[in-house]
Design a protein around this ligand. Structure first.
Ligand code: CA2
Length: 197
C-alpha cells in the first residue's frame, strides 16, 4: 500500500486584477457652427426668364390691311414695336414670330423650352381648332399667356371656346393691341420679372 499522495497545497490565489481606471471621458464633440446662410437670390432672376417669345398665328400678318373695326388699324409690326418698347422698360426682351402654318407654330412653341421664360401667343383661328398647339403648349413647360385682339366671347359662338387657352396660365381678350401689352405684363409678372401692379 502506497501512502496517499500528498495533497498539493492549493494554488496561491492570484491577486484580483487591478480595476482599470475608468476611461477618461471624451470632451463633448464641439457643436458644428451653423451652415453659412445662402446669399439672398438676386432680385432679377437669371436668364432666360427675361426673354419672352411672342407668337402670332394665322392671318395676323394681315393686320392693318382689313377689318379695322374688329382688329384695329395697327399692323403686326406696330404691335411688335410696342411690345419691344414695353419689354425694354421692364428689363426684358422679346422675339416675335408669325406663321400661318400650324406645324410652324408647334415648332416655335417647342423651341421655347429652355430658351424663353414665357410665351405670349395669339393662336388666331387655331385657338378654336388646334389640339396640336394645345399639346405643344402643354409639353413645352414654358408659361404662356393667350391673347386676342377681339373679344372672342362677344363674337360667333365657334370663337367662344379656345382649345389652347386651357394650357396657358391665362387669357386676355378684347383689348386690341393692348391685349398683347397686358399679356406681356402678365407673363413677366408670372415669372417675377415685373412686380404685379
Ligand atoms: O381676336 C383675335 O386676336 C383672334 O385671334 C384673331 C383671329 C380669329 O380667328 C380669332 O377668333 C380671334 C383672326 C386673325 C385674322 O386677322 C385678320 C386681320 C386683318 C384682316 C383679316 C384677318
Amino acid at each position: 500500500m502506497h501512502p496517499p499522495a500528498p495533497l498539493h497545497p492549493p494554488a496561491p490565489l492570484h491577486p484580483p486584477a487591478p480595476l482599470h481606471p475608468p476611461a477618461p471621458l471624451h470632451p463633448p464633440a464641439p457643436l458644428r457652427p451653423p451652415a453659412p446662410l445662402r446669399p439672398p437670390a438676386p432680385l432679377h432672376p437669371p436668364a432666360p426668364l427675361h426673354r419672352v417669345l411672342v407668337i402670332h398665328g394665322p392671318n395676323l400678318n394681315l393686320l392693318g390691311t382689313r377689318d379695322p373695326s374688329i382688329y384695329g388699324r395697327d399692323t403686326l409690326a406696330d404691335i411688335d414695336a410696342a411690345l419691344h418698347r414695353r419689354a425694354k422698360l421692364a428689363g426684358a426682351t422679346i422675339d416675335s414670330f408669325q406663321s400661318n402654318l400650324e406645324g410652324d407654330l408647334v415648332q416655335a412653341i417647342q423651341s421655347a423650352t429652355g430658351r424663353y421664360g414665357a410665351i405670349v401667343i395669339n393662336p388666331g383661328g387655331y385657338s378654336h381648332t388646334s389640339v396640336a398647339i394645345r399639346d405643344a403648349l402643354d409639353a413645352c413647360g414654358v408659361p404662356a399667356v393667350e391673347v386676342h385682339l377681339s373679344n372672342i366671347h362677344a363674337r360667333e359662338s365657334f370663337r367662344h371656346t379656345s382649345i389652347t387657352a386651357g394650357k396657358c396660365i391665362g387669357q386676355i381678350s378684347g383689348f386690341g393691341k393692348n391685349s398683347y401689352l397686358l399679356g406681356l405684363d402678365a407673363a413677366l409678372a408670372h415669372v417675377e420679372v415685373l412686380a404685379p401692379r
